[in-house]
Structure formats: C-alpha cells, structure tokens
Ligand binder design. Sequence first.
Ligand code: C2E
Ligand code: CA
Ligand code: CA
Length: 775
Amino acid sequence: MNEKLLGNGRGLQAGIGLMALMLIILIVFTTHSRIAADRIEALDISVAASSNVASIVAANLGEVLGRTAIYARLSTTFLEQAHDAQAIGNPLAIGDAAFLRMAIFDAEGKLAHSSSRRQVEPDLQLFARTVLFSETSPALVIGGIDTGINTHDPQTGWRIPVAVPLISGQRRIGAFAGYIDLGYLLALYKEASLGTRSRIEIIDSRGHQLAEMVDGTMSAGRDLERTGYASFTGGTQLSGTIDARRPGDSGASIGVYRRLDHFPLLVTVTRSRAAVLDELAPRDVKYLIRATLISLLILLASAGLIVLAQRQRRLYAGLTDSEARNLALINQLETEKVRAYQLASLDFLTDIPNRMKFYELAAIELSRARRSRRLTAVFFLDLDKFKVINDTYGHGVGDLLLQQVASRLRLSLRGHDLAARLGGDEFAVLVSDLDSDEAVAIVARKLVASLSEPYPDLDGHDLDITPSIGVALYPGDGEEIDTLLSRADRAMYLAKQGGRGCFRFYEASLNTTSARSAELVSRFARAIRDGEFCLHYQQRVSCTDFRPVGLEALVRWQHPEHGMIFPGEFITLAEEHDCIVALGNHVIDMACAQVANWQVLGLTVLPVAINISARQLRDETLPDIMTACLKKYAIPASLIEIEVTESCFIEQPELAEKVLRALDELGMRISLDDYGTGFSGLSHLKRLPISTVKIDRSFIRDIRNDNSDAVIVSSTISLSHNLGLKVVAEGVETRDQVVHLKTAGCDELQGYYFHRPAAAADITALLRHPSAYAA
Ligand code: C2E
Ligand code: CA
Ligand code: CA
C-alpha cells in the first residue's frame, strides 16, 4: 500500500511538472505570437501610413506637373502676341515656389524669355530643343537622370527639367521649359510622421530616381531599375506594396509605390522594416520580461508545489508507515493475547482444555443443547488410588500416567466431545447429542474400559489403574455446568464407594448430602483409626421411680475440622458406603471398653445398649466379634444390650434372625428400636428373640395432641405386655408425656426430660452418685 502511495505521490509531482511545462510553453507561444502579431500590425500600420503619404505626394506632384499646361498656354500667348514679358506672368513673380526657373523659346529654339532675366539659358535651351525638334512631340517631357542636365545643387534644391512644345494652330511656335524643384516639394513632407529611416522617392518610368528624401535629407540620381529594386516601374498597376531589400541596405524596406495619374512618374514611400520593428523592441522586451517572470513564477510555484507534495508524501508515507507499524504491533499483541489465552486455557501437562476452558466450552455446548431434545452428559472422572501411584513411583510417572489418560480420553471420544483436566487426577468429559440413559451408560462403560487398560512402560513401570466416574445429565440433573459438574462429582463418590473402576449416575437423593458427606465418607476408615469417634450415653429410667436402669451408647464423631458430628449425618452414609460394619464393630469395642473401665473403677454398671445396623446384623461374624470383645474386656454379656430396627429384617431376614439369635444366646437383651416407623406388626416379630420394644419418639412427641398417636402408644404398650415384652418410650421431653406414659403403663422412659446423652466422664460421675442424678 505504501509503495502504491509513494507511486501516486511521484505521479502527482510529475503531473505538476508537466503542467508547469505546458503553461510555460503556452506562455512562450502566446508571447511569440503576440510579438509576431504586433509586428504584422506595426508593418501594416507603417504600410498604411506610407500609402497615405504616397497618395498625397503623388497628388501634389501631379498638380505641380499639371501646372506646366497653364504655363504653356501663357507662353503661347506670349509668343503669338506682343512678346510682352511683363504681360505674361513670371512664375517667380507669381510666387510658384515649385518652379525654380521658366523659359520660353521660339520656333528656332532661341530664348524668348527667361524668368531669371538671363540672356541665355543653355541648359533649358538644350532641353527645349529635344521637344522642339523631336519627331514625336509629346505634350510634356520630363528630364531624366540620363539627360545629364540635372545636377546636384544644394543651393537650388532638386531640379527636374520639364519642357512642353507650344502649338498654335497646327504649328510648333516654340517651347516652354522650366525646372521643377522636387526638393521643395518633398520638403513639405519632411514633417510627415513616418518615423525614422523612412524614405520618399520620385522615380520615373524607367526606374531612374529623380529625388529621394531620407529622414529629411535629399539625394537623387540612382538607377534603381538597374539594381532590380524598382521592378514595379515597368508595370501598369496604379499602386502596390514594396517589401524588398534596397541595394546597399542591410535589411528590407516596406512601403508602397504610387503611379501618377497623368505623368510617367512614381512616388514610393518606404521605411526600413527594421526601423518599424525596432520601435516594437521595448514592447517586445516588456513582453519577454513579463513572460519570463510569469514562467519563473510558474516554475517557482510548481517547484513549491512539488516540494510541498514531496513533504506531504513523506509525511503521509511516515504516517502510513507508523500506522502499519501500529497495525503490526496490534496484530502481534492480538496473536500474543490469543496465544496467552490458549496457554491459559490449555492444561500444561496434557494439552487438553483446563477447568476454565471446560466451563467456557461446556456453557456454549449447553446453550446449544437447549435447542435440542437430546441428552447431554457430564462425566466426572477420578483415578482410583492415584495418590498411591504418585507416592510410590514419583510425580514424573504420575504425570506420564495423566498424559496417557488424557490421550485415551481423547481417543475414546468423538471429535466434538469435550474432555478437560480439572486438576490433579480429576477429568471432566462432556458428551452431547445422546438419545437415552443407556447411550450415556455405553459411553461411561467405554471410558471405564479404556482407562482401565494397562499402562505399559511408564518410565519403566507397567501400571494398572481404574477410574471412578460420576455422570450427571442435562437437563434432568441440572441446567448449568456448575450444577452438573458438582452433581457428577457427587455421583463419582458413589462410584468410588461402589467399589471403584465403575460409574454411577447422579441421583437426586445425593443432593442433600453435599460434598461434605463425600468428604466424611472418604474419611471414615481414617477417623476410626485415629479415634475420632466416641460414645455418648443416654440414661433410660424406670417409669416407677425414674431411677436409671440402663444406658444407650450413641456414637459421636469428633471431626477435627467440623467439630462434633451427630450420627444422623453419618450413619446412613456409613451404611451406604459399606463403612457401617467397621464403625459398628468400633462402637462395640468402645462400649465394652467403657463398661470395663467403669467396672475397674468399682462402680455399679448399668447395662449399655448398642445400636446395631441392618448390615451388621447380616454379618455372621458379629456374634464372634461380640464374644471376643466381651472376653477382651472381661465383661458379662448381661451388661451389653442390642438395639435393632424393623428394617434389619427386610433384606435377608433369615440371616439377620440367625445372627440375632446368636447374640441372644450370648445372653444379651435385645430391643426393637424406633418401633412404629416400620411396616411389620408386633405379632410378626413374635418369633424374634426380642425382650423390649422402644416406641419411636415421633409417637411420643404428639401423644398429648394427636389422639391416634396416643391410641397407638397405649395399644402398643398393652399388646407388648401381652407378648411379654417390656416397653420403653423414646424422646420423652415433657412432664405431660411422662404422666401420659406412666398412666398408659409404660415400663421405662428415655428422653431429654430426664437426661440428655452425655460423655462417659459425666456418666462416671452419675454412677458414683446415683442419687444426685435422680430426677
Ligand atoms: P436412636 O437409636 O433412636 O437413638 C436415640 C436418639 O434420640 C439419639 O439421637 C438421642 O440423642 C435422641 N434423643 C434422646 N432423647 C431425646 C429427646 O427427648 N428428644 C429428642 N428429640 N431426641 C432425643 P442421636 O444420638 O442423634 O442418634 C440418632 C440415631 O443414630 C439413633 O437413633 C440410632 O439409630 C443411630 N445411632 C446412634 N449411635 C449408633 C451406633 O453406635 N450404631 C448405630 N448403628 N446407630 C447408631
Ligand atoms: Ca437406639
Ligand atoms: Ca430409637
């Protein structure tokens, strides 16, 4: 672009130069044509002026010559009559300045009269005789240069002899002769404004110059015909222009010639061409100076314009240059920005998108999915036991493994599916356009299978690893990528607890148990090992005197970060994630240890009831564990009670029953906990080795307000008594409830009204001074 611009700039400069040149040529041309026109005009004017003067001179000369006829008549009369000289006019006497002298000759040629009163007139006589005695006798003979009788005489001027024969009847009686003073005649035109180097000539028909006046100076006598200059004398043309070089002149003369009407004479009026033109010289110089000045001005202006254009061009070029540099800089910045963004959006280790990029791309994908009726699945992947690999083989191998996982992910997916590393050993995958849950499951299985393949030769190590995958579906499990990802995360924990190397769909029930639950689950084993669990004990009192008759062990989690956590939050979790058996056994151990501890202290120990989960009851080793524990702490089975719920007998009831019997056989009292919340009737439990029924606290809570609850409680009490079962009411919080239950015949009571669950130390104090704690 710059090049083109510079080219354009040069074109502009050339244009300006060309225009200037053309203008100068135009000026030169017009100046020259102006000068030429002026010259032509000046010459024309000069010719016209010459023509005027020539006409006047010719007319004047003609008139002077014409006067000879008058003098001839007078002379005839003189000869015929009295020869009275006085009688006829003396031309001098009558003041004819054009005639210098006049003489009359008789028939013999003798002088009859002279105006100068001379006795002889030899010159005129000679001339008169040419008229008198010539065969052909013209009316008027005008003396020529070749007659030899007119000589230059500055005193008398330019004289031309003229002679006229005098005729009387048919006879020649004499002749009239005289000198005409052409000097006098021409002197009249001395002042005629013809300008310098002008010339008036009188020439006879043979080309002999009779007289000439050049710038007021007279001369005569040149034979112009012979020089060829006066070639026009031979013609018949009355007048014409002259433009020729006179012999002896350096340049041409221009002017006119004029023939006299009745006499064989011509008048020429000419002027040196150079003189005419010389007069124009100052004007021409003025023109030339003006043209030069204008040309210079034009040159200056165009030079200025060119310089300006150049500067402008350079300025522009500079501008475009800097603009181009700016543009390049901007482009560079842009590419660097893009690169930086790419770097920031790609995972440095695996080169697949990172968490940030995943969120961005997934959000786009989801907005697209909104217009589709098909499913989009978000997979949350976590490598099982990756930490162990990192710890065992080092981070280098761990990194290689992560790279392999990333590339396998890419290979297992379609081109437009999205895979990203979220951090650590966590990956996310988004697959759109699926038509059913089954299709999602196929993808998940494929991912599990692909990632579970052996990883050979990772820096010399052959590794095996499995992924746990959680799946959340759009739109069912959420519409935002945040929600979907966190739900897939939770489902992933389920998969981990489900035995790893598998996948789980997100279920709505997981929703309440947040990430904290997942964290708790992952911590169980360690929490048991680290002794984060402890037991609180709640007393059960007799309904007759409200004295403590037993304790219930209630597990608490002293979490190092979350503080004390109640079993409502983690028992179900432990049950769901297969931790309950371990936890249950740990509780048994702690309870037995505590009982032993109290025994060692020499206190009267109340029986301690332990809550047993359904899963524990399906553990055939439970009786053995119990036995071992009793033995370990050297305590009697009568000091340990068991609490089970109806739900224990839903799955594999025979097994649960068998275990329960074994416990019963050990000599333990068995209670049916949370009675009323299940579906089995009391009669249905007849065959179970149960000694006590604990009515669920939900029935107790509204015992005073809800009649049906009161009915259930009373009928439960009487029915239980009929079956030989003891009845305990849970969750007793008010005096009213106590009254009601006592009236209804309840055996034992448990609840905040009497005692809140308390730490072992508090119970120790109670056992030491039972009376102090009596209600
Ligand atoms: P549960 O067996 O019904 O235990 C009694 C629950 O009622 C205890 O809650 C206790 O603190 C609470 N409670 C006692 N008196 C009152 C009262 O007057 N009002 C109210 N509102 N509540 C009262 P906790 O300790 O939170 O235990 C909750 C449940 O967790 C227990 O219900 C039991 O099912 C389970 N659990 C506790 N410890 C263990 C254990 O070691 N193993 C197993 N498998 N489950 C346990
Ligand atoms: Ca219980
Ligand atoms: Ca209960």
